[in-house]
Design a protein around this ligand. Structure first.
Ligand code: PFF
Length: 460
């Protein structure tokens, strides 16, 4: 079943950092604080962590071993393991989700690049709270500027993907992930030392369980899948580049820990500063514009009396976002590129070019939904919001549910045991728990949360 001409990650650390690079992204630094802010703070974080532990890690292990066992792209993997069945559609749904997410994700990624340039040019200095909505509004509604940045982001992603798994993705992640940690550490220290930080910390650490509703649980689950890059075969594709001695359980645990740590750290960067600047936690301040209206103003107010610090914090923050976004866009691009290249027998370069062009075209519409297409609504949402809602709250959980049913019920248990224990050479005491979760807990929990929220039946 193995295809020897296929590349692998060069080292175990490289594999962990590449997968963590995929997981750590705008989901952690942009989406997680927004969801936390809108869903009541600490209580949301607890539900989120439960989703990561009970659903995220077992499903991640499944994606890894499906990929490593089949050594092929995610759609090909299901075809190989379940020939002649409809399971191939799970892989295809994953490729579609990767395509959809990449298209709107690269729009926001482009904004982070524009804001890095603004921060480097010291354009925020001395500006008051009223100016930032206008700066952002003018930028996103400009018909060209956001598109140029989106294309630029797509091209950089393209170049890294074309360089291949070891020379492009792994090499980039090995340099950028440690850089990302250092930047986060510096920003966290700056933020928690601000006067008034304790209010922000309390919001993150003191749970109010009364705030947990059905939609909080769905949001936490959607966020966990999005943040861990689960349910669309991204980690299945990366798993297909793992070497045979990679410890799948340990890698999944490390990736989940790194990802959750970064998400919580983003909270520690953002909320103390937001509270310091006197913002109320409401959906206006903690919406998609959080990073582009609220944060630049927060940096001015919080560090404004120390212009050098304010400058450095702004530059580092937006650069951090660019790096985090890039390690994620390359992973989504890789899912679709590997699929096009392997399923249609094309070389990587050509496949990557097709993916870049197709995603850019769809991205144009997502980007314009903030400007010239502002009024256009589908199911009451802008194209951008619709893509984000459908992909993370529906496609990814549905993908995750099918992955667990596939590994828990369809596949021979011996195959899972062999892959997770590296053919009996590793001791994996929690294997039975993982099997139980995949067979019973994950499909039922995801199904109930999903159907409840979609209104197909109401339990809570
Ligand atoms: N996990 C990424 C983030 O948190 O930003 C987003 C993402 C990357 C989702 C790759 C899905 C994916 F396949």
């Amino acid at each position: 079943m193995k295809n020897d001409t296929r590349e692998n990650f060069g080292s175990k650390l490289g594999a962990v950092l590449a997968a963590a690079g995929s997981a750590v992204g705008l989901g952690n630094i942009w989406r997680f604080p927004i969801e936390t802010g809108q869903n009541g703070g600490a209580a949301f974080i607890i539900v989120y962590i439960a989703c990561v532990l009970l659903l995220g890690i077992p499903i991640m292990m499944s994606e890894f071993f499906i990929g490593r066992h089949t050594h092929t792209n995610t759609a090909g993997a299901y075809r190989k393991l379940a020939p002649g069945t409809q399971w191939k559609w799970v892989g295809r749904l994953g490729v579609l989700s990767g395509f959809v997410i990449l298209s709107y994700y690269s729009v926001v990624a482009g904004w982070t690049a524009e804001y890095t340039v603004l921060a480097v040019g010291n354009c925020f200095e001395g500006k008051g709270p009223d100016t930032f909505p206008a700066i952002f509004g003018e930028f996103v509604s400009n018909p060209w500027k956001p598109l140029v940045w989106m294309f630029a982001f797509m091209i950089v992603t393209h170049v890294i993907v074309v360089r291949g798994v070891k020379g492009g993705i792994e090499k980039f992640s090995k340099v950028m992930m440690p850089a990302l940690f250092v930047i986060m550490l510096v920003l966290t220290v700056c933020s928690v030392m601000l006067p008034g930080a304790s209010e922000g910390l309390e919001f993150l650490l003191k749970p109010d369980f009364g705030k947990i509703t059905g939609s909080t649980v769905l949001s936490a689950m959607g966020q966990a899948f999005f943040s861990l890059s689960l349910g669309l075969g991204c980690l299945c594709t990366y798993g297909s580049y793992f070497r045979s001695d990679t410890n799948i359980g340990k890698t999944a645990l490390n990736v989940a820990l790194i990802d959750t740590f970064v998400a919580v750290m983003s909270g520690f960067i953002i909320f103390p500063a937001v509270f310091n600047a006197g913002y109320a936690i409401s959906s206006n301040d903690i919406g998609p514009s959080l990073l582009f209206i609220t944060m630049p103003n927060v940096f001015q107010q919080a560090f404004g009396s120390m212009p050098v610090l304010s400058y450095l914090v702004s530059v580092l923050f937006y650069f951090l976002l660019v790096v985090a976004a890039l390690t994620s866009t390359i992973s989504m691009h890789e899912v679709v590129t590997a699929y096009v290249s392997e399923e249609f027998g094309m070389n990587r370069r050509r496949a990557a070019a097709i993916v870049t062009v197709a995603c850019s075209v769809v991205g144009v519409f997502c980007s314009l939904s903030f400007g010239p297409l502002d009024g256009a609504r589908l199911f009451g949402m802008s194209l951008f919001d619709l893509f984000d809602y459908v992909a993370s709250n529906i496609f990814l959980p549905v993908g995750g549910m099918f992955v667990s049913i596939f590994t828990g019920w369809y596949l021979d248990k011996r195959l899972m045991r062999d892959e997770i224990t590296n053919h009996g050479t590793l001791r994996v005491p929690y294997l039975r728990l993982v099997v139980f979760i995949l067979r019973y807990f994950a499909p039922i929990a995801i199904g109930v949360i999903l159907f409840n929220q979609l209104g197909l039946f109401r339990l809570f």
